[in-house]
Each structure stands twice: as C-alpha cells, then as structure tokens.
Write a protein that binds this ligand. Structure first.
Ligand code: TYM
Length: 350
C-alpha cells in the first residue's frame, strides 16, 4: 500500500454552519479538489459527544447532517470526483478509535484545550466521548492514511495529537509494520494540518476576542450560511467596531480585534490579502467599509444559501450522495483496518 497524497477533513452536523466554518475550512476544501484526492466527512459521531440538548436529538441530527452535506455541495465540492459521506456509515472510524485509545496517553488528552472549554466547570459531567473526541478525530484522518488536513486554527492542537498517535503507533508496532510489507515502517503517515488564508480564525461579530461559534447564544455574533441578504446586512451593520477610521497598514489592526476581523473576512471573501484591502479602504470611514462588506458577503453567500435550500428540498438525493460516498470510503477504510488488525495481531477471516 503506497502512500498517496490525500486530503481528509470533517465538519460537525451541530447546526448553525457559519462564515467561520466556510472561510476557515470549506473554502479550502473546494480549492484542494484541484490538486488532491479529497475525502470530506460529516462527522455525526463527533456531534453526539455533546449533551443531547446541544445537538438536538435524532430528527435534528439527520437534518443537520443533510444540511452540512448541502453546504459542501453548494460551496462547490464535487461528490462524484471526490468523496462526501457521513462518518457513522463507515464502521472503521469507531474500530480504529479503539485501537488508538490504547495508543494515546491520558496525559496527552488532559492537555486538550477544546475539551476544557467545552466541558466547562462541570468536567465530571462531560461525556467520555467528549474527552475521547480528539482520538476519534485522529482515527478519521488515519483511517484513510490522509496526508493533508485543511482546518481552522482552533483544530491545530487536535492535529498535533493525531500526528503523535500516528508516530506512536508506527513506533510501537515498527517490526510488525515492516514484516507486513511496509518497507518505510509507516502504516500511518503523520498528517499535515493546512491552516491557510486570511481567515483561519474568524471572530464573533459582537466581540473580536471570541471565536465565531455555532453555539454562541447570540445569533448576531455570527453570519450563518443560511442567512438571507437582509439578515447579513443587519448583522454586519450592527457588528461591533471602534470609532477610528481603518488604518492604511496591517500593523494598525493589531490592537483592534474587531476591525482586524472584518478586514480578514473581506480579504478572505475577495481572495485578497489584508494589506491589499487596507490599501483600498484605509483612512476611510468604517460605515463605507461595512457597506462594501455587506455587498461582498451577500454576493458570495446568497448563491450558496439558495443552492442549499434547493438541495434540502430533496433529502433523498442528499442521502444518496452520502450512501455512495460511504461505499467508496469503506473500500479505503477496509484496506487500512485489515492492515492495522494484522499489524496489532488480531486474528481475522482472510
Ligand atoms: P467543526 O464542525 O467545529 O468545525 C468545522 C471546521 O470549521 C473550522 N472553524 C473555524 N474556522 C475559522 N474561524 C472560526 N471561527 C471557525 N469555527 C470553526 C474548524 O476549525 C473546522 O475546520 N473537530 C472538527 C471536525 C472533525 C475533523 C476531523 C476535522 C472531526 N474529525 C478530522 C478534520 C479532520 C471540528 O472542529 O468541526
């Protein structure tokens, strides 16, 4: 089994897909289709690590799974050339997680900041799944022996953990890996995070020091991919700013998180750098810049919202895409699982 350059990434079906998910992740998913074999996964097993009240129960989960799929396709992912599926349909994710649970160390998981944030003060009451979330994420990636993983900045630590797990597995089973025909001693290539573009961490529109998030109780803190033009305009006009005009150089954004965020969003949506955006808008009033940002957001996001709506009206079609994707993903996953089981020493039907 040769290592091929392969991209894997995932998005949770937990509702309120927003501009941060789009600019931090989905835009890059679309771009990478030109150069790589890509696998994009709706990670429903991850969604249920939160309390049911957060992910909304069975009807919501199925709806949100279709909605993320619709967003992928509306944004320009081609499910025929690449693979789009939902995680729970491929059993290898859960199986490989178990093997990795026995490779990963408790000390490694105790360092995960996202667990601390999500579990909050009542850590004893968090699910075991939430604690194990990063191990499942490592299994997602390594099940396909993926080499590149496009994500937003907030996933960097989880990617480092995936690399540590890959390396420890390769070390722990080095002899067995070689004797099973992997001359380079690598069953799992350490995956590289791809955290690129001017919007790897899109911030809340209400507070430039907080990440834009699906779970923020204020809907005005984020632009949802399903927002209509009026809602987008309202949210941007209300977005927190400071009284100064925009600076002409990037350095001037440093102490101004809200301005920095809006300029980053403009840059990412227009495919330009922040410096270029400031060359055009620097020195001018914020209100003019906000008007231009509204127009750009609406132009870029409205076609996605209407295509998502069209796809959501035909759930059978969306499900067929996921089933076909899962069938193709399973072929690759099966090959890796067979190798992993042989390498660990599990007896299986030949
Ligand atoms: P999720 O659904 O929370 O986020 C999906 C993607 O959106 C990015 N993102 C952001 N980027 C920029 N600014 C923001 N405010 C922002 N908020 C979210 C996330 O970084 C992510 O890339 N754990 C993953 C899902 C996952 C996964 C995987 C990813 C499960 N298995 C394997 C890669 C590989 C997550 O955060 O999903």
């Amino acid at each position: 089994m040769a290592i091929v350059e392969r991209v894997f990434s995932g998005v949770q079906p937990t509702g309120n897909l927003h501009l941060g998910n789009y600019l931090g992740a989905i835009v890059n998913f679309v771009r990478l289709q030109e150069t790589h074999n890509c696998i994009y996964c709706v990670v429903d097993l991850h969604a249920i690590t939160q309390p049911v009240s957060v992910w909304g129960g069975p009807t919501e989960l199925a709806r949100n799974t279709r909605e993320v799929t619709a967003a992928f396709i509306a944004a320009g992912i081609d499910p025929n050339k690449h693979i789009v599926f939902n995680q729970s349909q491929v059993t290898g994710h859960a199986e490989l997680t178990w093997i990795f649970n026995c490779v990963a160390r408790i000390g490694w998981l105790n360092r995960m900041t996202q667990f601390k944030e999500k579990a909050g003060k009542d850590r004893e009451n968090a699910s075991v799944g939430l604690y194990d979330y990063p191990v499942l994420m490592a299994a997602d990636i390594l099940l396909y022996r993926a080499t590149h993983v496009p994500v937003g900045e907030d996933q960097k630590q989880h990617l480092e953990l995936a690399r540590d797990i890959a390396q420890k597995f390769n070390n722990d089973f080095a002899d067995s890996i070689r004797s099973h025909g992997f001359a380079d001693g690598l069953l799992f290539p350490p995956p590289e995070p791809l955290i690129t573009g001017p919007a790897t961490r899109v911030m809340s529109l209400r507070d430039g020091t907080k990440k834009m998030s699906k779970s923020d109780s204020s809907d005005n803190s984020r632009i949802n991919l399903t927002d209509d033009a009026d809602t987008i305009a309202q949210k941007i006009r209300k977005a927190k700013t400071d009284p100064e005009p925009l600076p002409s150089e990037e350095k001037g954004l440093e102490p101004r998180p809200e301005a920095d965020n809006l300029v980053g969003i403009y840059a990412a949506l227009s495919g330009r750098s922040k410096a270029e955006v400031l060359r055009e808008f620097g020195g001018g009033q914020f209100s003019n810049f906000k008007n231009a940002l509204v127009e750009l957001c609406v132009t870029k996001l409205s076609p996605i919202a209407s295509e998502m709506k069209r796809l959501m009206a035909d759930p059978g079609h969306v499900d067929a895409i996921l089933i076909d994707g899962a069938d193709r993903a399973s072929v690759i996953a099966h090959e890796t699982m067979q190798a992993a089981k042989d390498i660990v020493g599990f007896i299986r039907k030949p």
